[in-house]
Design a protein around this ligand. Structure first.
Ligand code: MN3
Length: 200
C-alpha cells in the first residue's frame, strides 16, 4: 500500500488572484506529486510501509532524511490545500474564533504574529498555528518539517499552515513574500481550521 496524491478539491485557477493558476498547478502536480512519489520510494520494502503518515512523522528522528523531507512534504501539502478555499477568507468565527481572540487578543493581532512567523522564517519552511496541549501557539519550521515530528522545537497538532517556500509564491510575487502572506488571508478556509480545532 502506498501513499496517493490526494485529489485537489478546487481547480488550479480557483484561488486567483491570490494564488495564481500556474503556481497552483506546478505546486500540486510537480512538488506535491514529487514528495508523494519520493516518500513511496523511500519507504518501499521497509517496516514503514503500511504505517499512517502520522505514525511515520511522530518518530521521524529514527528514519532516513528522505522520509523526513518527503513525508513532511506529503503531509504538509495535503493539509495546505485543504486549508484554502475559493470561498475562504474573512474572520474566524465559532470556537476557533473565540480561542484566537482569547489567546492573541484580536484577530488582527493573531494575523500580525502569524504573518511575522511566516515572513521571518529564513529560507524555506512553514508557519503554523498549532494546538499544544490545549493552548494555541504560533511556530515556524524549516524545510518540510512540521509540528508532528519529534525533531522540531515545539510539538502540537497543526490547525493552520502556510507554505513559505519560494516555489509557493515566486511566479506571482517574486521576492515579495509579505504580499503573498497578506493575500493568503483572503483564501483561508476557516471552516476547515475550526473542524480541526474541534476534532483535534
Ligand atoms: Mn510547497
Amino acid at each position: 500500500m502506498s501513499f496517493q496524491l490526494p485529489k485537489l478539491q478546487y481547480s488550479y485557477d480557483a484561488l486567483e488572484p491570490h494564488i495564481d493558476a500556474k503556481t497552483m498547478e506546478i505546486h500540486y502536480t510537480k512538488h506535491h506529486g514529487g514528495y508523494t512519489n519520493n516518500l513511496n520510494k523511500a519507504i518501499e520494502n521497509t517496516p514503514l510501509s503500511g504505517l499512517s503518515i502520522e505514525e511515520i512523522l511522530k518518530n521521524i528522528s529514527k528514519h532516513p532524511v528522505a522520509v523526513r523531507n518527503n513525508g513532511g512534504g506529503f503531509y504538509n501539502h495535503t493539509l495546505f490545500w485543504a486549508l484554502m478555499s475559493p470561498s475562504g477568507g474573512g474572520k474566524p468565527t465559532g470556537k476557533i474564533g473565540d480561542a484566537i481572540n482569547a489567546k492573541f487578543g484580536s484577530f488582527d493581532n493573531f494575523k500580525e504574529k502569524f504573518g511575522a512567523a511566516a515572513a521571518t522564517r529564513f529560507g524555506s519552511g512553514w508557519a503554523w498555528l498549532i494546538d499544544k496541549n490545549g493552548e494555541l501557539e504560533i511556530i515556524s519550521t524549516p524545510n518540510q518539517d512540521n509540528p508532528l515530528m519529534d525533531v522540531v522545537d515545539v510539538n502540537g497538532y497543526p490547525l493552520l499552515a502556510l507554505d513559505v517556500w519560494e516555489h509557493a509564491y515566486y511566479l506571482k510575487y517574486q521576492n515579495r513574500r509579505p504580499d503573498y502572506i497578506e493575500n493568503f488571508w483572503d483564501v483561508v478556509n476557516w471552516k476547515e481550521v475550526e473542524d480541526r480545532f474541534i476534532n483535534r
